[in-house]
Write a protein that binds this ligand. Structure first.
Ligand code: GDP
Ligand code: IMO
Ligand code: MG
Length: 437
């Protein structure tokens, strides 16, 4: 008979911050703002398809693979097993940070179980998109899909393989497979041009601390350290729950945190769900509230809605509540963060989509077929606000109509909006105590 042992440690919880829309909600900015409250920041999925922008003290910096806590030298930054890493992009990120005086060697740790993106993965991404023609996903062409395909197909190479004396032959075996696929696509390429940067990047990775991150992160929790898991992409791009096939290839929702970091479900604490006061989407796929008119153009211009990774113009539209509520449900969101309220300034009226017209019926959920069937938005109109918000430093000074907009969303979602962002800078972030609603 075993006796039950009392718990020796008081285990901390890992909080999660993730996007509730189609990505680019402002995750990087808020992770950077929240980092002082945590000991560890950990990315759990995605790869260099992500572009997370941080602005502070006159610096504007975009991170792709490295967690957004990296500018805080006393905080550990972990790239978890669920991430896919392109050594070429990664080295560029490290070099750019060094130029800003940030030496990642001290506080960046990489999971041995994270998978590698090979140059041929990027080629396969491009070949696959070219073959799809007008049905293309609108991928960032960073090799994400093919790298995750090799992971689930059990062919992938992992960071830990770099410690293997035979890494080169493992690489050659996988590349030989990729060459067959590229030949099948009849895709032209010159791999010799791409490989030197890849192997340079590999050498850079080998200089860093490689870890068994699942043990390290669980030990952190047992030691009472606070972890913030940083999502990439957005819930509506999730491989299972997004508008398939117009999605990315990873689990972007809270459950992805457990898989991508090796943390048990019970260790998850707060789930911060972040959304823009309106919607954007970059790449192809359904977007019910998209505004292909002057209003959309105005949001794009004012919000500087151009992809942080690819520079592509982002499609813009009004806030979509059924999608937001769907994402909240999937993620178990405990508090909301609303970004870019400043961009919405200057409209007489703002619209919120409350329902969809779908197959002749009014619905308020996200149905199975959103790709072949049209979801027509049903809007409610609210009064707009015109004040310039970028100088506002206190929630009390926000315009009444913006507060009414916030109130409306809180009632619809039954969640508090605890952070309101009014500009890209770290300082343009208004913290709000949880309010009764
Ligand atoms: P992420 O991928 O979720 O980290 O978001 P991105 O960095 O791709 O895109 C968000 C963009 O909006 C970046 O250019 C940010 O600097 C900017 N941004 C973030 N919050 C605000 C805000 O409240 N107002 C404005 N005007 N810009 C913001
Ligand atoms: P962050 O973390 C916005 C989109 C692409 C494309 C689809 C698939 O910055 O929010 P992929 O390269 O993954 O094969 O592309 O997903 N996408 C993003 N859109 N923000 C991102 O990341 C994205 N990462 C991928 O535009 O539609
Ligand atoms: Mg982004």
């Amino acid at each position: 008979m075993f006796e039950r042992l009392p718990f020796i440690f008081s285990t901390m919880k890992a909080d999660v911050l993730l996007g509730l829309q189609w990505g680019d909600e402002g995750k990087g900015k808020v992770v950077d703002v929240l980092t002082p409250r945590y000991d560890v920041i950990a990315r759990f999925q995605g790869g260099p398809n992500a572009g997370h922008t941080l602005e502070f003290e006159g610096i504007k910096h975009v991170l792709h693979t490295i967690p957004s806590g990296i500018f805080h030298p006393t905080k550990a930054n972990v790239i978890g097993n669920g991430v896919v890493i392109d050594p070429v992009v990664f080295k560029k990120e490290i070099d750019a940070l060094l130029k800003l005086g940030v030496d990642v060697k001290k506080n960046l740790f990489i999971s041995r179980k994270a998978h590698l993106i090979l140059p041929t993965h990027r080629l396969l991404d491009a070949a696959s998109e070219a073959a799809k023609g007008t049905a293309k996903i609108g991928s960032t062409l960073k090799g994400i899909g093919p790298a995750y395909m090799d992971k689930t197909g059990r062919n992938g190479l992992r960071i830990g393989d770099l410690e293997h004396p035979d890494f080169k032959s493992l690489y050659n075996t996988l590349v030989a497979k990729h060459k067959e696929l590229l030949a099948h696509h009849d895709y032209q390429y010159n791999l010799d041009e791409l490989e030197p940067a890849f192997f340079e990047g590999i050498e850079e990775i080998k200089k860093l601390t490689l870890i068994d991150s699942e043990y390290v992160l669980n030990n952190y929790l047992n030691e009472g350290k606070a972890i913030l898991a940083e999502g990439a992409q957005g819930s509506l791009l999730d491989i299972d729950f997004g508008s398939y096939p117009f999605v990315t290839s990873s689990h972007t929702i809270t459950a992805g945190t457990c898989i991508g970091l090796g943390l048990a479900p019970g260790t998850i604490g707060e789930v911060y769900g972040i959304f823009k006061a309106y919607c954007t989407r970059v790449g192809s796929g359904p977007f019910p509230t998209e505004l292909e008119d002057e209003t959309g153009e105005r949001l794009r211009k004012k919000g500087n809605e151009f992809g942080s990774t690819t520079g592509r113009p982002r499609r813009c539209g009004w806030l979509d509540l059924p999608s937001l509520k769907y994402a909240i449900m999937l993620n178990g969101v405990t508090q909301l963060i609303m970004m870019k309220s400043d961009v919405m300034s200057g409209f007489d009226k703002v619209k919120v989509c409350t329902h969809y017209k779908y197959r002749g019926k009014i619905i308020d959920h996200v149905p199975y077929d959103v790709v072949n069937e049209k979801l027509e938005p049903v809007y409610e109109e609210l009064p707009g606000w015109s004040e310039d918000l970028m100088q506002v430093s206190d929630v009390e000074n926000l315009p009444a109509n913006l507060m009414a907009y916030i109130d409306y969303i809180e009632h619809a979602t039954q969640l508090p909006i605890t952070i309101i962002s009014v500009g890209p800078d770290r300082m343009q972030t208004l913290m709000r105590k949880a309010v009764a609603f």
